[in-house]
Design a protein around this ligand. Structure first.
Ligand code: FAD
Length: 386
C-alpha cells in the first residue's frame, strides 16, 4: 500500500494523539493548529487509567507517569471540610492496572509534540473550511493554502470549524449552567498531603498535587450564561471562597493574580455520526463534555488509538471510519451524559438536596464508587494489552 496521508485539524491533546497513533502505523501526517505554538496554558489535567492505557498504545505512558504526580489518596469533602469518601491510588492501580496521574497540560502537550516529526507540525495555520468532493480526497482550506489528503481528522475542539462546515445541522454546544476556574499555585513549602474535591451549594472547589510542590486547583459556581468576567477573577475567587475549609483560602493566596483561567462549561448535544466520507471528528469536536468525570481528554486519547486501529491494514478508509464511529459514539455519548448528571449533583444548591447528596456519598463504600467507574476506567485499547 502506498504511504497514506492525513490532515489533522487542531493540535490539542486529541489532534496530537491521533497524529501520533497514525504516524506509528506508517501514515504521513500534518497537524494544522491555528495558535502560534503547540502548547496549553495554565492548568493541570487528570489522566485516569483508561487514558494511561491509550497512552501506552502510543508509547507514552511511562513518559507521562514521569511528568506527573501520583497522589496516594484523595477524595470528596463536604462544605465543612469533613471527608465524604476517599479513594486510594493503590486500589485504583490494583483494579485497573494504572493509577490516576495529574500533570501540567503544557508538559503533556510537549510530550505529545516531541513524539511527532517536526516537519508535520504546522502552527499558525487556521483552518477555514473542509471540502468533500465526490470520489476525490477531501481538501482542507487554511491560512497557508490548501491540503488534500486521504483522511481529514477534525480535532478542533468545542467550536469545531470542521463540524460546523460538514455537519451544518448539528446542534450548538449547550451551557451546563455553571462556570469553572482553573489555576496553578506557586510551589508550596508544605503542599496538602491529599487532594480533594469539596462540594458546597452551587459551588465546588478542588485541588490536587502537581510535581515540584505546585497545586492544580479548580472551582465551579452556578452562574447565568455569559456572566461577564470581573476585573480580577483572582480577587473575586478569593472573596467567594474565603470561608471555605482549609486549605482553600491558603491555596488561593498562593495563586499568582494573573494565573486564573475562567471558562463557562458547555457540552455538545449528541451527534448522529462522528464521520462523513473520509472525514472523522475526534475529541471535543465530536463529544465535548463537562469536566465532572475528568474524562474529556481521556476520551480524546481513546478516540485517537481506536481510530488508528480501525484504519490499520485496510485500504477502505470510509469503512474504517464507520467502524470508528460505531466503536466510539455510544461510549463517549454515554460518558457525556454521566458527566452531566454528576455535575448537576455537584452543583445542587437547595440545602436539603445537598445534605441528602452528601449523606449518600458518605454512606457509599469506596469499593462501590470504584466499581461503578469500571465502564469508564476499564477500557482497553483495541488489539492491545491491558
Ligand atoms: P482542544 O483542547 O480544544 O484542542 C483543539 C485545538 O484545535 C486547539 O489547539 C485549537 O487552537 C485548535 N483549533 C481550533 N479551531 C481551529 C481551526 N479552525 N484551525 C486550526 N486549529 C484550530 N479532561 C480530562 O481528561 N481530565 C481533566 O482533568 C479535565 N479537566 C478539565 C477541566 C476543565 C475546567 C475543562 C473545561 C475541561 C477539562 N477536561 C479534562 C477536558 C479536556 O480539556 C478536553 O476534553 C480536551 O482538552 C479536548 O482536547 P481536544 O484536542 O479534543 O480539543
Amino acid at each position: 500500500m502506498p504511504q497514506r496521508t492525513a490532515t489533522v485539524v487542531g493540535g490539542g491533546i486529541g489532534g496530537l494523539a491521533a497524529a501520533i497513533a497514525l504516524h506509528r502505523k506508517g501514515w504521513r501526517v500534518e497537524v494544522l493548529e491555528r495558535a502560534p505554538r503547540f502548547t496549553e496554558i495554565g492548568a493541570g489535567i487528570s489522566l485516569w487509567p483508561n487514558a494511561l492505557r491509550a497512552l501506552r498504545a502510543l508509547g507514552l505512558d511511562d513518559t507521562v507517569r514521569t511528568l506527573g504526580s501520583i497522589e496516594a489518596t484523595g477524595g470528596l469533602r463536604d462544605r465543612k471540610g469533613r471527608w465524604l469518601s476517599r479513594t486510594d491510588n493503590t486500589e485504583l492501580r490494583r483494579r485497573y492496572g494504572q493509577p490516576l496521574v495529574v500533570l501540567h497540560r503544557a508538559d503533556l502537550l510537549r510530550a505529545l509534540t516531541e513524539a511527532l516529526p517536526a516537519d508535520g507540525l504546522r502552527s499558525g495555520s487556521a483552518v477555514s473550511a473542509v471540502r468533500e468532493e465526490d470520489g476525490a480526497r477531501p481538501v482542507v482550506e487554511h491560512s497557508a493554502g490548501e491540503s488534500r489528503s486521504d483522511l481529514v481528522i477534525g480535532a478542533d475542539g468545542l467550536r469545531s470549524t470542521v463540524r460546523r462546515t460538514l455537519w451544518p445541522d448539528a446542534a450548538e454546544p449547550r451551557y451546563a449552567g455553571y462556570t469553572a476556574w482553573r489555576m496553578v499555585t506557586e510551589p508550596l513549602a508544605e503542599p496538602p498531603a491529599e487532594g480533594a474535591a469539596i462540594w458546597g451549594r452551587g459551588e465546588r472547589f478542588g485541588y490536587t498535587a502537581l510535581p515540584d510542590g505546585r497545586m492544580y486547583c479548580f472551582a465551579t459556581a452556578s452562574l447565568p450564561p455569559g456572566t461577564a468576567p470581573t476585573a480580577s477573577e483572582h480577587a473575586a475567587l478569593r472573596h467567594r471562597f474565603a470561608s471555605w475549609p482549609d486549605p482553600v483560602p491558603a491555596l488561593l493566596a498562593a495563586v499568582p493574580a494573573d494565573a486564573v483561567l475562567r471558562h463557562d462549561l458547555y457540552a455538545l448535544p449528541p451527534l448522529p455520526s462522528f464521520v462523513r466520507g473520509r472525514v472523522a471528528l475526534l475529541g471535543d469536536a465530536a463529544h465535548a463534555m463537562t469536566p465532572n468525570l475528568g474524562q474529556g481528554a481521556c476520551q480524546a486519547l481513546e478516540d485517537a488509538v481506536t481510530l488508528a486501529h480501525c484504519l490499520d491494514g485496510t485500504p477502505d478508509t470510509t469503512a474504517a471510519l464507520r467502524s470508528y464511529d460505531l466503536a466510539r459514539r455510544p461510549r463517549t455519548q454515554a460518558i457525556t451524559r454521566r458527566s452531566a448528571r454528576l455535575g448537576a449533583l455537584g452543583q445542587l444548591s437547595w440545602p436539603p438536596a445537598a445534605l441528602l447528596r452528601d449523606t449518600a456519598a458518605r454512606l457509599t463504600p469506596t469499593w462501590a464508587t470504584l466499581r461503578a467507574m469500571t465502564p469508564v476506567l476499564g477500557w482497553t485499547a483495541p488489539g492491545g494489552e491491558r
